[in-house]
Each structure stands twice: as structure tokens, then as C-alpha cells.
Design a protein around this ligand. Structure first.
Ligand SMILES: [Zn+2]
Length: 313
């Protein structure tokens, strides 16, 4: 019997939310929930009680939604309501305070402006070659062999490997964002992406989060600004990320926040100490492997794996 774990969801499509890599429709979510044994599925409050009391049992499951996405509110929450289910929603507070998360904007632009990943990769390299980082990129590509980069991730195409090499090894986050911000800006004027309207399309509002709580869902932390590697930040910055997130959500909902999920699965023992000092008592990883008995490191399985098992059965 499997360890008790959460099922992790991100993107949904339907209505004004266009399909994207890994997104589920309302119907897909229904089918996935049919596939999960309902007797194993706990309400969020019930899961939390068991997790905090140390009484989670093998096979127990719960549902979790990361990143405060509007598509979850529009597409998934009605499905949960219809089936009388509740879930965890882990919400980065920057988006509740009028900020944006670049990762999500890039994802949206990639799908909305480019007919395929290949056309996006071509535009990315074109923009890179017009940037001050062109000669460094050309030099790095000279010796680049896609077959020896990330060989363990066998589902990547050569183009995927080349893009990741440029992004992670040649550019690094800051310069990558420079290039991407230029692509985003170029997409705006064509009318394909209304940048001003994006935040309302991509993220929940404070009222949405309050409504979810009223419906019995549990709201938890996911850091303030969703760094891609929060464990790499200095400890005072990590503390600031989670303290701001906690203060925003607890004042919005007028309650203590006790749960969280680790953005991009990034954390260190010091991160867990910070979370404990902020009153957090239950946290989720983003994968099944590598968890511990610490209630701040509970395992989760990506919905895509459950979906694959369902289609294979
Ligand atoms: Zn996240």
C-alpha cells in the first residue's frame, strides 16, 4: 500500500482558459477523481487533523492545488463542489497584492503566441542572438551536444535540451528573464496577449481565496513571490518570503495558517526550521520520492502520473 500522499494539480483548461502543457479539463478531472478510490480520499480538514496528530495511514489521499491559479478556481473548484470534496490550495501572496509571477506569464505567452514549442524555441534563440549575450551563447553552443546534456531525462527532445542548456547553463535566471521579457513585450502589441488583462486571467483574487475557504477548502503557504529555488536564498530572505505569505493569508482569512507546499520542491533543513517558527505544522513536497517522517515533508504525486496510470489501466 502506498504511503499516504497528496495528489498535486496545477493547470486546467476550459472556457477562457486555453489548453497548455499538462493542463486538465473539468471532464479530465472528473475521470481522474473517478479513478481514485473515494474511500481513500480525505477532506482537507480531515487530512490536516491526521497529519498534525501523526495518524495518517497508508493509502490515505488528499487533493492539492498550487500557485493560486484562476483556472483552478474557475474549472476545478466547481468539480470539487459538485462531488462534495475539499482540497488544499497553496497560494503565493504576491499575486494577491497586485504582483505577477514571471514563470506563469512566460507559460501563457508561450502557448498564446506560438503555435508549437519549436516556433517558441526559434523565437527565443533569435531574441538571444540579438542580445548582448549572443557571443557567449554562440561560443557555448559550439561545443554543445544534446545527447550528453540531461541524458537521464529521456523524454526531452534535442530542442528541449538545447533550450534548457541555454536557459540554465549559459544565461542563468536574470539574463533568461531579460530575453523572455523582450519576447513577452513583442507579443503584446500584436493583440494576441493583452498583458494588462493577464493577472485577472491567471491568478485568483483575494475574494476568490476567501470563497474557497468558505467552501471548506484549506488555504496554505507557497511563499510570497515563488522563487524557483527558495533554498538557495539567504535565511533572512527565506524567512521574509514565508512571513509575508503567512501574514497576507492569515489577515485575509482571519485565521492561523498551518499548512504549506514547497515551491519547486526547494527547501533545506533551515527552511523547515523557519516554517516551524512561523507556526506551520504540515508541508508537502512535489514528489513521492525522498520524503521523510517529518510532517513538513509529506509526499505528493503529480496528477500527470495518476492520469498515466489511469490510461494504462
Ligand atoms: Zn508552485
Amino acid at each position: 500500500m502506498l504511503l499516504p500522499h497528496g495528489v498535486m494539480f496545477h493547470h486546467f483548461h476550459g472556457g477562457r482558459h486555453a489548453p497548455g502543457q499538462g493542463s486538465l479539463s473539468a471532464d479530465g478531472l472528473h475521470r481522474l477523481l473517478d479513478f481514485l478510490d473515494p474511500s481513500r480520499l480525505l477532506s482537507a480538514e480531515e487530512w490536516l487533523r491526521h497529519a498534525m496528530g501523526g495518524s495518517l495511514q497508508p493509502g490515505m489521499l488528499c487533493l492539492t492545488f498550487d500557485d493560486g491559479l484562476k483556472c483552478q478556481y474557475d474549472i476545478a473548484a466547481p468539480v470539487l463542489a459538485e462531488r462534495g470534496l475539499t482540497a488544499f490550495f497553496f497560494v503565493p501572496s504576491a499575486v494577491l497584492e497586485g504582483g505577477t509571477l514571471k514563470l506563469e506569464i512566460y507559460r501563457h505567452v508561450r502557448h498564446a503566441c506560438f503555435p508549437s514549442m519549436e516556433t517558441f524555441y526559434a523565437a527565443f534563440e533569435e531574441s538571444l542572438m540579438r542580445s548582448p549575450h549572443a557571443s557567449a551563447a554562440r561560443e557555448a553552443l559550439h561545443d554543445f551536444s544534446p545527447t550528453s546534456y540531461l541524458p537521464a531525462l529521456h523524454y526531452y527532445t534535442d530542442a528541449d535540451r538545447r533550450f534548457r542548456f541555454l536557459r540554465d547553463r549559459v544565461l542563468g535566471q536574470e539574463r533568461y528573464e531579460e530575453i523572455m521579457d523582450r519576447i513577452v513585450a513583442d507579443c503584446g502589441p500584436t493583440g494576441r496577449v493583452d498583458l494588462a488583462a493577464l493577472p485577472a486571467l491567471l491568478w485568483m483574487s483575494p475574494d476568490d481565496v476567501r470563497n474557497l475557504r468558505r467552501q471548506g477548502h484549506v488555504i496554505g503557504l507557497h511563499s510570497h513571490s515563488h522563487p524557483t529555488d527558495i533554498a538557495a536564498l539567504a535565511l533572512p530572505q527565506q524567512e521574509e518570503e514565508y512571513r509575508r505569505n503567512r501574514d497576507c493569508l492569515s489577515s485575509l482569512l482571519d485565521e492561523h495558517i498551518v499548512s504549506m507546499s514547497h515551491p519547486c520542491n526547494a527547501y533545506s533543513p533551515a527552511t523547515l526550521t523557519i516554517l516551524r517558527s512561523l507556526g506551520i505544522r504540515m508541508g508537502f513536497r512535489s514528489m513521492l520520492e525522498g520524503g521523510s517522517t517529518d510532517p513538513l515533508e509529506l509526499p505528493r504525486q503529480d496528477h500527470a502520473h495518476v492520469f498515466a496510470m489511469m490510461n494504462a489501466s
